[in-house]
Design a protein around this ligand. Structure first.
Ligand code: AVJ
Length: 322
């Protein structure tokens, strides 16, 4: 007998109590170079802008990964098996997940995890409406901190972590290894990981993907300052910062910066932060891997790749690990 879950999905909040936005932001703005965590992009407007980025002609990432998932959903579903608990980290709009859900009718439950609460709830409601027999249990959490999984009505056969979109690329190598260890703890000994990661390629293609002609990525980048103005009472003048995304070959990553166009002082939470003319605030690192560099990172965290899928151009990889 199948249980129907037509009622609204019930969201649980699992934000760690000892974490503070103001402390973390000030720590980043006092350091050299100045930096902000890319997590802060995803307020409501930021999450919406990111959804628009995914549709930009220059941003091949989402389209390429979607193509890989669509082509191999059946095989991925066989590897995941029946009755699994599917935990998606940084689920956002959960659009790509549908490719898997369509092939996984026997899931115990789907647990989307995201930092952006209203965006998460709206996406969970849409998923629940589209899959009425699926138990959807959204968790609002920063997935870089350990959090407890909700207990679904059916005891899951195993836990499979789904981490698409090359979100792993936002983490510098030591933090990425640590996060992949956290995923091992979430998945447990019988668990698995399905992860998407972006590959190093022609720098011109990479730089175009992060400097789109419509300026959506620039708006996404600058929006983090608007958020600090709203939530921390800062007085950033968005017209005095410029979006820049550059390929750093030595680190094999795209670096997103906000460049101060003049010398200026910004007040934030009772502190004054001085920016020099041309000074960069680092807002994001997007690491691009080779199959070898990714395998080394996964192995350091105790994961073994069982299967790898790629697109025809060799732009992106999706991997199944145990
Ligand atoms: C969500 C981290 C995968 O690195 O491509 C897109 C974020 N930033 N354009 C990426 C992003 C600017 C994205 N990830």
């Amino acid at each position: 007998m199948t249980i129907s879950h037509r009622s609204q999905p019930c969201l649980v909040d699992r934000k760690s109590a000892d974490w503070s936005l103001v402390d973390d932001v000030l720590r980043g703005l006092r350091s050299s170079p100045k930096r902000l965590s890319p997590t802060y992009f995803y307020d409501e407007l930021g999450s919406h802008l990111f959804d628009r980025i995914c549709e930009l002609p220059e941003y091949y990432v989402t389209r390429t990964e979607t193509g890989i998932l669509a082509a191999h959903a059946g095989e991925i579903a066989r590897l995941v098996g029946d009755g699994a608990l599917l935990v998606e980290l940084g689920s956002g709009a959960s659009t790509k997940t549908r490719l898997l859900l369509d092939s996984l009718p026997g899931l115990a439950a789907y647990v989307p995890v995201d930092i952006s609460r209203s965006h998460l709830l709206a996406a969970a409601q849409r998923t629940s409406a589209a899959y009425p027999h699926l138990e959807v249990r959204p968790v609002c959490a920063d997935f870089t901190q350990a959090f407890a999984l909700p207990k679904p009505e059916r005891t899951p056969a195993r836990v499979v972590v789904f981490f698409p979109g090359s979100t792993i690329g936002n983490f510098d190598p030591p933090a990425a290894v640590e996060l992949m260890r956290v995923m091992r703890r979430i998945a447990g000994p019988a668990g698995a990981l399905v992860i998407g990661f972006d590959l190093a390629k022609d720098p011109a293609v990479l730089e175009r993907a992060y400097n789109d002609s419509a300026g959506v990525t620039a708006a996404f980048n600058l929006n983090v300052l608007r958020r600090l103005n709203r939530e921390l009472g800062a007085d950033f003048d968005l017209a005095r910062f410029r979006h820049e995304a550059v390929w750093a070959a030595a680190e094999s990553r795209i670096e997103m910066h906000l460049v101060s166009v003049c010398r200026q002082e910004v007040a934030i939470a009772g502190e004054v932060i001085t920016f020099g003319a041309g000074e960069r605030l680092v807002t994001e690192h997007c690491h691009k891997y080779t199959p070898e560099t990714f395998a080394a990172q996964a192995q350091a965290a105790g994961w073994e790749a069982r299967r790898t899928w790629a697109d025809e151009r060799g732009y992106f990889n999706v991997q199944y690990l145990e």
